[in-house]
Design a protein around this ligand. Structure first.
Ligand SMILES: C[S@@+](CC[C@H](N)C(=O)[O-])C[C@H]1O[C@@H](n2cnc3c(N)ncnc32)[C@H](O)[C@@H]1O
Length: 213
């Protein structure tokens, strides 16, 4: 019974996320600001500390807030995102700021890039694809030797029961995601390291997946 309930809740969350990434993409920046109590953007920017190389690909860029900042760090910043609604939002944002970036609508599991052509791949607050071995094989294929995947996520450290309850609703723990992530990383055969940033209720977790030279 408990297992069934967990499955039902997980399905509901997946359904809600899909709506947020598509029909309600217009509300994504507001929702992410609210659920992070205003910190989403600073959490996301942690990725910038780890970016290296000239050809940098942001996968699943959502509303594209990081793309202009990546372009400051890398000569050739590009983006890939599955949702057409997210692309429309980014079109508007970039147009308003007179900016242009190579962007493609597609899925992480089928990256339209040549083998060993990318120096760094950035993924902040990744969706379920980060647990998919196919995505990790694609990361490994397109990365140059010495290249890296930079994954940014958060872990909840709040002690206050109210804060814990709040964060467990907005960032629900995914059952066995640790094991699934480890298995997916194994498929790509990249070297994994974990870096923690910040103190307090929420810690930013940067996972680096590096391709040996
Ligand atoms: C939680 S949002 C993160 C957006 C952004 N990176 C950020 O930090 O706010 C996840 C994004 O992944 C996209 N997405 C989900 N599955 C994908 C896939 N298989 N390939 C590419 N993008 C995907 C969704 O459309 C959504 O924009």
């Amino acid at each position: 019974m408990k297992r069934l309930l967990f499955r039902l809740i997980a399905t509901l969350y997946r359904w809600a996320y899909q709506r947020l990434y598509n029909e309600f993409a217009w509300s994504y920046d507001i929702v992410s600001w609210l659920v992070s109590l205003g910190q989403w953007d600073s959490w996301r920017r942690t990725a910038l500390r780890y970016v290296q190389g000239e050809r940098v690909l942001e996968v699943a860029f959502g509303t594209g807030e990081l793309l202009p900042l990546l372009a400051v760090k890398a000569e050739n910043a590009m983006g890939l995102e599955a949702s057409a609604a997210m692309h429309r939002i980014v079109d508007g944002k970039l147009h308003r700021h007179h900016l242009r970036f190579p962007r493609v609508q597609g899925v992480v599991q089928r990256l339209p890039f040549a083998d060993e052509s990318i120096d760094a791949i950035v993924s902040t607050f990744p969706a379920g694809f980060i647990l998919d071995p196919i995505a990790h094989r694609e990361f490994a294929r397109v990365l140059r030797p010495g290249g890296r995947v930079i994954v940014v996520d958060v872990q909840i450290k709040a002690q206050n029961p109210l804060m814990r309850a709040f964060y467990s609703v907005v960032f629900p723990p995914v059952k066995e995601s640790g094991q699934q992530f480890a298995a997916a990383v194994e498929a790509g055969q990249l070297t994994r390291s974990r870096h923690l940033h910040g103190e307090g209720a929420v810690e930013v977790v940067v996972t680096l997946l590096e391709k040996p030279l």
